[in-house]
Ligand binder design. Sequence first.
Ligand SMILES: *Cc1c(COP(=O)(O)O)cnc(C)c1O
Length: 352
Amino acid sequence: MTKVPIRPSVAALPAYQPGARSSGRLFHKLSSNESPYPPLPGVMAAVADSAADINRYPSMMADELAGAIARLHDLEPEQVAVGAGSVAVLGHLLAAVAGPGDRVAYPWRSFEAYPILTGVTGAEAVTVPLGPGGRLDLPALAGALDERTRAAVICTPNNPTGPAVRQDEFDAFMAAAPDDLLVVLDEAYVEFVTDPEAVDGIGSLAKYPNLVVARSFSKAYGLAGLRVGYALGRPRLISAVRAVTVPFSVSAMAEKAAITSLQLQDELRERVAGLVERRSFAFGALQAQGWQPPEPQGNFVWLDLGADAMPFAEACRRAGVLVRPFPNEGVRVSIGERAGVEQFLATASTWV
Ligand SMILES: *Cc1c(COP(=O)(O)O)cnc(C)c1O
């Protein structure tokens, strides 16, 4: 037994539960909200090209990519912090503003990295339950803030339930929140949003100096395996994120893949449109079967199965589909390859 003391907040961290993985092609993997597509055209060649230089360190802070992201969103490079996945960037952001004695607030059930990232800072998590229809309850979140709360994290569309926060809900929250509270909008699935009333995170940056928007290359862009994400906000907040970021954490291959992908907006839109169409098909089919899923705005659907979550996931597995169960809550199913979605729907039809 080692006698080295572990910080109590670290010893108490919940374990991240990854989506089920399969080796080989025996299963349709709809458990991690990944893209079912191969990399966008030219991305594999760009990665192979930069692989020739893996004896060299990459750029310390992926500045070329930060510049490309800034141009895409019409922002300054000083407003962009790139990291090894948006989960890493979110962790750096929270570490920059919160520590022992502070609080971090977020609605729950939401993205399961939040309790872990909060716990690592030593701050205490404050959660509020979701409202009806799997929607975030932002008035409740505003009511949970106190003078010790240093950050609020809002996931839109909410993983795993699916609805997006509306602009009017968000503006009301910002009006109620103190202007020195860091508000993080986690937009990992923003490319899939079709709700015209959904919050416009980047469009809201100019209005709210305490807002940071987090984005990912892991979902719509299909680069989950390379680990790239970023945060957008005021230069002072972004330089704090950079100060906390582990240098050289984004590989040159990841940086090149992301830069190449950013130049392929038309191809990206086409893929996203295909997945959104498949999402509508699945949502409609589930409703026709008698389910009442929350409105899906990401690349996944949610079934509120309660105690049936684990048995349902097991039934899907027997049918060759890996889904993501949350015990006693529900099951999240990614909109991936068509055959997998159809097989999931066939299983769902036997359940109602
Ligand atoms: C998948 C996901 C991310 C992205 O994580 P990466 O580290 O960029 O792969 C961030 N937030 C939410 C809510 C997610 O579901």
